[in-house]
Structures are given as C-alpha cells and as structure tokens.
Design a protein around this ligand. Structure first.
Ligand SMILES: O=C1O[C@H](COP(=O)(O)O)[C@@H](O)[C@H](O)[C@H]1O
Length: 330
C-alpha cells in the first residue's frame, strides 16, 4: 500500500508531503510554500485533490495530487469565515467549512473539474463551530458548536442545500465543548471529543426511535490529572477496533478499545506525545498513527500494537506550528 502523509504548518505557511514506507518510516517528498496560514486539510473522495483552508484571506486552495502524491496548486475559492475545519460529502460534490471565529458552517459546490466554488449556503449562529462531519450514508451533517454545547444536525438535500433535521440538535454535558468527530465503520455510532472537559461521547446515530442519542460519556484523562483540560482531535482505526483522542495540556493521546458493535468504549492506555498535539491521523492500513506537535514543531509516527497501544517509531522536524495531519492512499 503506497501512502503519503501531508502536514500543515501555519506558522511557516508550509505543507510537507511524506512517503509513508511499509515499515512506518517517513521520507520527505515535497515541501510546498503557501501564500497564507494553512490549517485544515482534506483529500477529495475521488483522491485527486487536497483541499486546504487558509487565512487571513479566508479561502480554500485546491492542490492537484500527482501519482506520486506531490501537490500542485490548481485553484481556489472564497470561504465565509476563518476555516477551522473542512470536509467533503462522501461523493466529493460539496465542501463543508466550519468556522470557530465566525460562528458558521458553509457548503460550497465542487465542480466536475474537482475545484470548489464560492459557498452556496452559510448557516450562522453556531458559536464556536468546530467541525462539519457527514455521516456514512451521506445524509446527516453533524456540526459541533463548541461554545453552545450542542451538535447541530442538518440534512444534506439532493439539491445541495442543508436544512435542519427534524431532530435539529443534540446537547452535550454543560461545559463539555464538542469539537471533532469520528464515525464507526458500521455507520451506527459516532464519537465526539469534547475540548473543554476532555471527555469523549459515544452517540448512537439511529436509536430505536430513529434519533441520535448519547449512550456513553468517558473522561479521557488519567484519574490524577488536575490541570486545565484541552482536548483536540479524535480518530478511529479503519477496522473500528480502536479510537484515539488527544489532549493538548498534557500532550497525551488516550487509547480506547471499541466493543464489536461500536457502542461501548474502554480506555486501554495513555501515550505521551509531541508537545501540544492539535492534530493527528491514522493510516489506511490501520498500522500507524502520526501525531503533530504544535509546540514541538515535529511529527511522530507510532506503530499501533495489540490492544491499540502505541509504540513510538521516529519523529521528524516539519514546519513551524504543525497542527493538521492527513494520510492519503495513492
Ligand atoms: O482548539 C481551538 O480552536 C479554536 C479555533 O481555532 P482557529 O484555529 O480556527 O482559530 C481556538 O480559537 C481555540 O482557542 C482553541 O482551543
């Protein structure tokens, strides 16, 4: 399996592209200098573009991905606010952007050429909007509004509009601060990391009443942790067996195992990692996890072991302030 790891370093305005070798080693392929602070990134479902949110001139850049994984700028489109998180629908027809500072989520059509266009709809009033996550059947967009302790639920309509679902939102524990989300591969459960209390919630996406419902909340920090909680990212292995979430104050990745049906999490361990891990990701084979240290200016590769525990392999200097990691299967 040939894979490329992309890291975004906004302070030095660079995207690093690394070949991920079969043994987990990284080889630098390309450094792309970008006119702007690069932050969230996502690979198109058709695997031909890397979309990158930049600031302070808020826009999405579309980089064409060559056969070896190297990038070339192909186009750009405006965004309605500072891009905190970008994603696409499952078919690559629409790009979603969540903006924390501008409290909105937007949808932008993606042309048949793969290039995103200007937003066709902007939904405001989402204080601390932190991500936009389409479910596996491409029907419901989950949008955590961190400062409102709620996750808004929108239906993605055939005409490319978003409208509130009949169940328009779910709420977290007060002060939790929902941030990022991962879906179980069976499509029945979603996992949300809460920034402000460093907890993880398990959401049943279609309970017996056809509703989204919280079925478990777990503290992701060790029992003796007493500092400020500041969680960031969450990812699941492709086989749905393990889940990972990171906390930036303690620079820790918490390892969870997942019950076979996806409904129950259990903590397996805590992995010390790069200083202030704001972003990480898991490779497509489910063997490696790559974490970025926003304050260490390094990324670190881990081998995923039995019970999901992490074995550090090597660390690599990247640009300044790395905070987003995407892994692309060529
Ligand atoms: O995690 C966080 O994210 C928000 C939004 O980030 P931004 O890069 O879109 O500005 C940030 O303001 C907050 O302080 C931080 O904890």
């Amino acid at each position: 399996m040939k894979q490329v790891v992309y890291t975004a370093s906004p302070e030095s305005q660079q995207i690093h592209a690394w070949q991920l070798q079969e043994d987990g080693a990284l080889t630098l392929l390309q450094v792309t200098d970008v006119a702007g602070q690069v932050q969230p990134m996502v690979v198109s479902p058709k695997k031909d573009f890397l979309y990158v949110g930049v600031r302070p001139n808020f826009r999405v850049l579309a980089f064409r991905i060559a056969a070896d994984g190297s990038l070339s700028l192909a186009g750009e489109a405006p965004l309605p606010g500072s891009p905190t998180h970008i994603s696409t629908d499952r078919h690559g027809n629409y790009l979603f952007c969540g903006s924390y500072n501008d409290a909105c989520v937007s949808i932008s059509p993606i042309g048949s050429d793969g290039l995103p266009q200007a937003p066709s709809q902007v939904i405001s009033g989402l204080d601390g909007c932190h991500s936009a996550n389409i479910d596996l059947n491409n029907q419901t967009l989950f949008v955590p509004a961190l400062k409102q302790d709620r996750i808004c639920l929108y239906q993605l309509n055939a005409d490319g509009t978003l409208s509130p679902r009949e169940q328009a939102q779910v709420t977290t524990v007060e002060g939790a601060g929902p941030r990022h989300m991962a879906f179980h591969p069976n499509g029945a459960y979603g996992y949300v990391v809460n920034e402000l209390d460093s907890s993880v919630d398990v959401w049943a996406l279609n309970n017996v009443h056809g509703q989204v419902e919280r079925v478990q909340s777990l503290d992701m920090m060790p029992k003796d942790f007493s500092d400020t909680r500041w969680a960031a990212d969450i990812h699941i292995t492709p086989d749905g067996r393990f889940l990972y979430a990171c906390d930036r104050t303690s620079s820790t990745i918490t390892v969870f195992s997942i019950s076979e049906d996806g409904s129950v999490l259990a903590i397996e361990g805590y992995q010390p990692t790069e200083t202030q891990p704001r972003g990480f990701n898991i490779d497509h084979s489910g063997q490696y996890l790559v974490a970025a240290g926003q304050k260490s200016h390094h990324i670190e590769v881990y081998k995923i072991q039995e019970r999901g525990l992490l074995n550090p392999l090597a660390r690599y200097a990247v640009g300044q302030g790395p905070m987003w990691v995407v892994i692309h299967q060529l």
